[in-house]
Design a binder for this molecule. Structure first.
Ligand SMILES: Cc1cc2nc3c(=O)[nH]c(=O)nc-3n(C[C@H](O)[C@H](O)[C@H](O)COP(=O)(O)OP(=O)(O)OC[C@H]3O[C@@H](n4cnc5c(N)ncnc54)[C@H](O)[C@@H]3O)c2cc1C
Length: 405
């Protein structure tokens, strides 16, 4: 039997785990399940029809991302389309405190709900039954948005219920990682409901998704086991906020962000994230990120009041941000584009090296994803030839797919 495109994507390590295939084709055919390596992957419950196969090939962001920049945007080689760039925070102190950075994503989400522009916001939140599990939530209130606030550095499939949400006929916004947003844009090319029902796509910069094993290692480093937890968060409740585990018998353990992300979680990233051409959410209407203050040439992770980088990438995104500022929902000041490199050095480095990594992937696996409009060649020309070669060779060695690793 010939392999379905879905199986080829997963086996090559190109799946990002967004769940769009399951969301669109439906849970009777595809469900998202944890893989042996602790990532979320689509599992086939029955054979894919030829039509479904073609659909997966055209919407999967693991193998296809194409940027068509909004006509009003300036397109920076590294940072992508920018209509306006600001740094700021949610004015509501609770949203700012609970948010990962300055709570801007949460503030914009709540504004969309309260102003009636959407019926709900589809976003990831911690499961009510399992403090380590992420699930899709339809937020319709401040309490919902607060429950979803904060980054969850583990597999999450925001699009696994997309078909169900579209079938309601309601209007909603989607919050997701850059690959999640790219999947919705891919779908918009073949499903006219997307433009009618999803007026806003909000994203955040993403360095990559760690496996569940990363979370378990973090929990163990905090002196606990996953099955004894009452609650767990990766960060938030401050900026950057502590990773915090609370056991059912009331023990509390914390770890700062520099250690939790920098020494544990970032060693568990899935392969697709290492060859990601868009860590900065170029296809979103608005993208937020940590507006880190620099210290000695590196971002400073000392605890302080939260600050978000807020980039409006489309005219629609800019209208949302200015409206939210006018309504007193977000406070923000203009920022020069040269500031982003100091705040996001990892994103700058990866964008320059992605083409080298893709080349290593192509040579090893015989195929690679199709990424268009993301200026990878122009960015590659800014990297040092030695670094470029090292990354191409390193990826050639590592790109062995998910089945045999
Ligand atoms: C895996 C991962 C990697 C990241 N890498 C970077 C990075 O390189 N640079 C950077 O500046 N920021 C990164 N962030 C994002 C950053 O931590 C903040 O989320 C971002 O700055 C927005 O902050 P905020 O306070 O506006 O968001 P908040 O108001 O706290 O809202 C966060 C939103 O993110 C959603 N969310 C949380 N976890 C996930 C998930 N796993 N999948 C989909 N949606 C999720 C929540 O539903 C919520 O809507 C990353 C986040 C994640 C989850």
């Amino acid at each position: 039997m010939t392999k379905s495109v879905l199986e080829s994507i997963s086996e090559s390590g190109f799946c990002s785990g967004c769940g769009v295939c399951a969301g669109v084709i439906g849970p009777t055919v595809i469900t998202m399940k944890p893989s042996p390596r602790g990532y979320l992957r689509p599992v086939l419950r029955s054979e894919l029809s030829a039509v479904d196969n073609t659909m997966v090939a055209s919407i999967c962001p693991g193998i296809r991302i194409g940027l068509q920049a909004d006509a009003v945007a300036y397109v920076d080689d590294v940072w992508g389309p920018v209509v306006k760039l600001r740094s700021g925070h949610a004015v509501d102190p609770e949203l700012r405190q609970q948010g990962s950075s300055g709570g801007a994503v949460s503030a914009l989400s709540l504004h969309l709900i309260e102003s009636g522009q959407v019926d709900f916001v589809a976003q990831i939140a911690v499961s009510k039954n399992d403090p380590l599990r992420n699930e899709v939530q339809c937020s319709t209130s401040k309490a919902d948005v607060l429950r979803a606030a904060g980054s969850r550095y583990a597999p999450a499939a925001p699009l696994e219920r997309l078909g169900e949400f579209l079938a309601t006929g309601k209007r909603f916004a989607v919050v997701g990682k850059p690959c999640d947003i790219a999947a919705v844009r891919n779908l918009a090319r073949v499903d006219s409901r997307i433009d009618r029902q999803i007026p806003f796509l909000i994203s955040f910069m993403c360095a990559g998704v760690p496996s569940m094993e990363g979370t378990h290692e973090l929990v163990r480093a905090l002196g606990m086991q996953g099955d004894e937890l009452q609650s767990f968060r990766y960060r938030g409740d401050g900026w950057p906020g502590m990773a915090r585990a609370v056991s059912r018998d009331g023990r509390v353990a914390e770890m700062d962000y520099a250690r939790s992300w920098g020494t544990i979680l970032n060693r568990h990233l899935q392969f697709r994230c290492k060859i990601c051409p868009d860590g900065t959410g170029e296809l979103a209407d608005v993208v937020c990120a940590d507006a880190w203050y620099g210290k000695d040439g590196y971002p400073d992770f000392a605890e302080q009041d939260g600050r978000s980088l807020v980039i409006a990438r489309t005219a629609r995104g800019e209208a949302l941000v200015t409206e939210a500022m006018g309504a007193g929902v977000i406070a923000a000041a203009n920022l020069d584009i040269s500031e982003i490199a100091r705040m996001q050095p990892y994103q700058l480095a990866r964008k320059r090296l992605v083409l080298a990594r893709l080349l290593g992937t192509r040579l090893r696996l015989g195929w690679m994803p199709k990424f268009r409009g993301l200026r990878l060649l122009r960015c590659a020309l800014r990297a040092s030839p030695l670094e470029w070669l090292r990354n191409a060779v390193g990826t050639y060695r590592r790109a062995v797919g998910e089945v045999v690793r």
